[in-house]
Design a protein around this ligand. Structure first.
Ligand code: CO
Length: 135
């Protein structure tokens, strides 16, 4: 079941260039940094209430986030929803005819299993399901 918004992914070209602006706006006390090699991203994230804002920068020019920025520019990249059963939710979405980027969950940041729906199936909105891999 999809339970809540977990995080909002924001595509930026360069974390160090963008982070001061977001720090100025939100004044986070704790910033989590991580590189997810499998996804080709460097991230810096912090909580705003219950939701993480996740600045996401490409690790190279040919990873998906770099292609997104080249095509659409910096900005909101995806919305991630927390699931309590990502496998069952993916099956349900697939059965409903929604195209999935990831048929099976892959490793994401924050020790999460993640999977994306294809934006062509979802009114152009890139949406992710995520579930903690630790619980
Ligand atoms: Co995400």
């Amino acid at each position: 079941m999809i339970e809540a918004i977990d995080h909002i992914g924001i595509a930026v070209k360069d974390l160090e260039a963008s982070l001061p602006l977001f720090q100025e706006i939100f004044q986070p006390t704790d910033i989590h940094r991580e590189t997810v090699a499998e996804q080709g991203v460097h991230i810096a994230s912090f909580k705003v209430g219950e939701v993480l804002l996740e600045l996401t920068a490409p690790t190279s020019d040919d990873c998906p986030i770099a292609k997104f920025i080249a095509k659409k520019g910096e900005g909101i990249h995806h919305i991630a929803f927390r699931s309590d059963g990502i496998g069952a939710d993916l099956q349900r979405l697939s059965d409903a005819g929604i195209r999935l980027v990831n048929e099976e969950p892959v490793d994401g940041a924050h020790d999460m299993k993640v999977a994306f729906m294809h934006p062509k199936s979802t009114n152009g909105v890139l949406m992710e399901l995520c579930q903690s891999a630790l619980s």
